[in-house]
Design a binder for this molecule. Structure first.
Ligand code: FAD
Ligand code: UDP
Length: 368
């Protein structure tokens, strides 16, 4: 392939890879770079030394209500049906989260029906209006006791902030149920890529119009392709050399462990630890992949401010700072900003796919 390119795409995660595929299919020559030594961004998976399929950057479970996104990704992978379930350790008990009928019954030693649980929640909730913060969300739906047992400690650990300091959208990710549904997500499509995310990305990027260059930083590459349109999926503040100061991101330290003598470590994919330990949760990967193995591999997530930026931190002052960077981004010609870090949005994978499809469509329309 000649070194001439039409698009330089920075970041080989969902945002960059979907854009690369769409632009290449429309006949453009794309160079996709990532500073990491692999494709897939944070959704990258690999086999550990013992052969268990793990997610080095934490558990990634695919779920969406978008038929379009599901069908698009289905071009690059088959799927395995998987509904994620999570238990929270509260005191000596392991209880379903999202809070549902059995959470309430087991926690308080009750045997309420669905209607009675709805009535119970109605009694204990503290109606809030308007709902602005994550504390408003949780108190408004389950009241102070359940808030303290399931949400306040977890949130403090995960974000280093109180629920009241975070925008409503953070806690609003977790529903409250009065029935027995114990699935973590209620989306209509809940599947894992059959051969893993990395294999799906390999197929997506397998196109004659796409060249992938890994271990390669944007700052070293941009001058080499002055004529190319840039699609940038890294942190937006880094693009502008933090000229307004750093945007806050939350990071994680992942502690991976293989247990050769343990066939199953825990009863479900993830156990959350809202009140004990420095880690927020433990995930056991075999639940996610359905694979058989004599031993098992798990990961503990320790939230931290240091390290790779994983989570934008949704709160009004950060949104205001982001808006300043966004204004700079909008004034740039020849650069498109797309992705969780470039748009500073707490997006799931499916939302990134949808956003990237739209961004590629807009680019193609603008060039038509
Ligand atoms: P990323 O995957 O972050 O890709 C950006 C890429 O850009 C990175 O690979 C980075 O190396 C590269 N890059 C940045 N700057 C440069 C530069 N200057 N030069 C070269 N390369 C650069 N979503 C779900 O739907 N379900 C889940 O269960 C789920 N679990 C998650 C668990 C954790 C712990 C985390 C952190 C996220 C989770 N997500 C989940 C969210 C999901 O990871 C993101 O929505 C998605 O991966 C974002 O894709 P992206 O392409 O925007 O960003
Ligand atoms: N959360 C909580 N307790 C839980 C699960 C979630 O307090 O047991 C809150 C917490 O603030 C968390 C947010 O809800 O950051 C979103 O949870 P989710 O599991 O969606 O987080 P992610 O998988 O994105 O880390």
């Amino acid at each position: 392939m000649s070194t001439e390119i039409d698009y330089l795409i920075v970041g080989a995660g969902f945002a960059g890879s979907v854009c690369a595929r769409q632009l290449a299919e429309a006949g453009h020559r794309v160079l996709l770079i990532d500073r990491r030594p692999h494709i897939g961004g944070n959704a990258y998976d690999q086999r550990d030394a013992q052969g268990v399929l793990i997610h080095p950057y934490g558990p990634h479970i695919f779920h969406t209500n978008s038929k379009r996104v599901f069908e698009y990704l289905s071009r690059f992978t088959d799927w395995r049906f998987y509904e994620h379930r999570v238990l929270a350790q509260v005191g000596a008990q392991l209880l379903p989260i999202p809070i549902n009928r059995s959470t309430i019954n087991q926690l308080y030693g009750l045997s309420l029906s669905e209607d009675e649980v709805a009535g119970y929640l109605e009694q204990v909730r503290q109606p809030r209006d308007p709902i602005k913060t994550s504390e408003d969300v949780v108190l408004n739906s389950v009241g102070p006791d359940l808030c303290d047992k399931f949400f306040r400690g977890y949130t403090r650990k995960q974000w280093g902030l109180d629920l009241s300091e975070l925008s409503a959208g953070v806690a609003a990710r977790i529903p409250t149920r009065s029935n027995d549904d114990d699935r973590y997500f209620s989306d209509s499509f809940q599947f894992m890529p059959n051969e893993g995310y990395t294999r799906m990305f390999e197929r997506m990027l397998d196109h004659p119009g796409i060249r992938v260059q890994l271990g390669c930083d944007f700052k070293d590459e941009r001058q080499l392709h002055p004529q190319a349109h840039v699609v940038y999926t890294g942190p937006i503040d880094a693009y502008f050399e933090h000229c307004y100061g750093p945007l806050p991101y939350r990071s994680l330290r992942f502690e991976h462990q293989h247990l050769p003598e343990t066939a199953q470590f825990q009863p479900v994919g993830t156990v959350n630890y809202p009140n004990d330990h420095d880690f927020t949760r433990i995930t056991e990967f075999k639940h996610l992949s359905g694979e058989q193995h004599a031993g098992t591999s798990i990961v503990r997530e320790y939230p931290t401010d240091e390290g790779d930026p994983y989570y934008p931190i949704p709160r009004p002052e950060n949104e205001a700072l982001f808006k300043r960077y966004e204004a700079l981004a909008q004034a740039q010609t020849g650069v498109t900003f797309v992705g969780r870090l470039a748009q500073y949005r707490y997006y799931n994978m499916d939302q990134i796919v949808a956003t990237a499809l739209k961004a590629a469509e807009d680019l193609l329309e603008a060039r038509a």
